[in-house]
Every structure is written in structure tokens, then in C-alpha cells.
Design a protein around this ligand. Structure first.
Ligand code: NAP
Ligand code: GCO
Length: 269
């Protein structure tokens, strides 16, 4: 009989690649996985971000390995994964976190910008998953966590490309589960609500008179928890989906949104 102990959540001896984890949500998830015992590898596409990430891990006392690698470049991702496999170990956990957003009304958006968002937020998770899955099959297990969004379920003005990509990522999650479940690979998503990071900073900027940005007020009113999320809110869910505790959870998106998706909105007073 299985007894529930914290061992179920242990990641001791595991290697985790968290893409785009120099700061923000990725860094918090990597911190959580490291806290549970995993060895952390991360990447980002700009040298200054890589340095910033290396400094952040050093300050946190985490011995992380960082790579300069654009996740949309399949050759570069293959080389990075091969290097990780030979210098650190087979990747047990992949977190597809790297992502971008362009907030532009659809009729004004250049098709190149639309394609870039799809490339980073949808094609790249496919590229990274494709690169790590052979090692996971050989090892007999693997965990893939795709960072989805409220926009995997909902639309709004100005984020057509992002919503198309994150909706697609939800279905890629289900498809990876369908194709590789028999190899003991679990592929799940985390759907963060509105989280206070640099990506959402423009939506929280104070007005010149010090009052809250209208979008900031809108999000607080839309969230039953009555606040923005913090990257730390994603730590527990990430450890759960990376660990043996979730071995029969597959193809699921765990929304960590303070209740946004459950709520119809404030009733008129
Ligand atoms: P962020 O603060 O903008 O950080 C994004 C990270 O991704 C950076 O480290 C960035 O570094 C890296 N990155 C971007 N393009 C890359 C590429 N082509 N190759 C490799 N790395 C790349 O974002 P965040 O708010 O922490 O969000 C992280 C993830 O959660 C994203 O997928 C985002 O869509 C998703 N998400 C965010 C929220 C939110 O409210 N913040 C909510 C739901 C989902 P470089 O620029 O150096 O490459
Ligand atoms: C936006 C936001 C969102 C969040 C997040 C929600 O402009 O609406 O940036 O898309 O970043 O993905 O879950």
C-alpha cells in the first residue's frame, strides 16, 4: 500500500531543463524544482539575460547551468540537449516556459510578428519536447510541463497571436500525452492567471496621478483571490507535476489563476 510522504514530491537525482528561466515565472519554477532536489539547467536567447540568470541562481545558492540558446532554433536546441545529456544527465523534466507576447490589435499586427509569437510560444515547445523525448523513452520516464495561460481558454483584445499559440500549446500538451503516455511520459500544462512579472509590468504601470492602471483594477476585480499572482504561486504546482505524485496525471492543464476561470465577474451593485 502506498503511503503519502514528502518523498512522493522529491526530485532528488533528477535533471530539469527550464527554458527562459533567468527571472520571472521560470526562475520561480526552477527554484521550486531545485528545492525538491533537482539539478537545474536553463537557457535564454540574450547574453545579458543569461548573465542575469546566472547571478540570480548564485545569489539563491543554486548550482544551475545556463545556456545561450534560442528555443526556436532546432539545431541549437538539439546541441544544447546533447550537451546537457553528456555533461549533466538525461533530462527527466522539461518545463517549456520561454515565451513572448505582443499586444497589438489584430488588424494592425504585422504577419511577421504574429508568426514570431507562434514560433516562440508554440513551435518552440514542440522543438524542445521533440529533443528530450528520445532520452526520456530510453530512461523509461519523463515529465514535460508546458506553461500555458488564461489565453489557452479565453480571448481578449490585442493578443490574437498569443491566444492562438497558448490555445495550441494546450492541445500540444494533450497530444504529447496521447503519443507518449505509453512510455511513462506525463505531459501536463500549468495555466498561470495574471502574474506580476516583467511581461505584465505594462499592465500594472501606475498613472501619472499615482492611481492604478485600469487593466490592473480590471484584473483584481476579475480574480476571486482579489490580487495578481506572484511567480511563487506556481512553485507547488510545478513540483507536483514534476514529481511521482502526479504519475497518473496526464494531458491536463492545471490553472493556477486565483479562480479567474471559475468566475463570471462581479454582479452589478
Ligand atoms: P518574462 O518575464 O517575459 O520572461 C520570459 C523569459 O523567456 C525570459 O527569460 C526570456 O529571456 C525567455 N525567452 C524569450 N524568448 C526566448 C527564446 N526565443 N529563446 C529562449 N528564451 C526566450 O515572462 P514571464 O512572465 O515570466 O512568463 C513566463 C512564461 O509564462 C511565458 O511562457 C508566458 O507566456 C507565461 N505566462 C505568463 C503569465 C504572466 O502573467 N506573467 C501568465 C500566464 C502565462 P531572453 O529574452 O533572453 O530570451
Ligand atoms: C495579457 C497578459 C496575459 C498574461 C497571461 C494570462 O496581455 O492579457 O499578458 O496574456 O500574460 O498569459 O494568463
Amino acid at each position: 500500500m502506498t503511503t503519502i510522504t514528502t518523498d512522493m514530491f522529491s526530485l532528488q537525482g533528477k535533471t530539469a531543463l527550464v527554458t527562459g528561466a533567468a527571472y520571472g515565472i521560470g526562475l520561480a519554477i526552477a527554484r521550486a524544482l531545485a528545492g525538491a532536489g533537482a539539478k537545474i539547467v536553463f537557457n535564454c536567447s540574450r547574453r545579458e539575460t543569461l548573465e542575469r540568470g546566472m547571478n540570480a541562481y548564485k545569489e539563491l545558492g543554486i548550482d544551475a547551468k545556463g545556456y545561450l540558446c534560442d528555443v526556436t532554433d532546432e539545431e541549437a536546441v538539439k546541441n544544447m540537449v546533447a550537451d546537457i545529456e553528456s555533461t549533466v544527465g538525461t533530462i527527466d523534466i522539461l518545463v517549456n516556459n520561454a515565451g513572448i507576447i505582443k499586444r497589438v490589435p489584430m488588424e494592425e499586427m504585422a504577419v511577421e510578428d504574429f508568426r514570431r509569437v507562434i514560433d516562440v510560444d508554440l513551435v518552440a515547445p514542440y522543438i524542445c519536447a521533440k529533443a528530450v523525448i528520445p532520452g526520456m523513452i530510453k530512461k523509461g520516464h519523463g515529465k514535460i510541463i508546458n506553461i500555458c495561460s488564461m489565453m489557452s481558454e479565453l480571448g481578449r483584445e490585442t493578443v490574437s497571436a498569443y491566444a492562438a499559440a497558448k490555445g495550441g500549446l494546450k492541445m500540444l500538451t494533450r497530444n504529447i500525452c496521447s503519443e507518449f503516455g505509453e512510455h511513462n511520459i506525463q505531459c501536463n500544462g500549468i495555466g498561470p492567471g495574471y502574474i506580476a512579472t516583467e511581461q505584465t509590468a505594462p499592465l500594472r504601470e501606475r498613472r501619472p496621478d499615482g492611481s492604478r492602471h485600469p487593466f490592473d483594477e480590471f484584473i483584481i476585480a476579475k480574480t476571486p483571490a482579489g490580487r495578481w499572482g506572484n511567480p511563487e504561486d506556481l512553485m507547488g504546482p510545478a513540483v507536483f507535476l514534476a514529481s511521482h505524485a502526479s504519475d497518473f496525471v496526464n494531458g491536463h492543464v492545471l490553472y493556477v489563476d486565483g479562480g479567474i476561470l471559475a468566475y463570471i465577474g462581479k454582479q452589478p451593485q
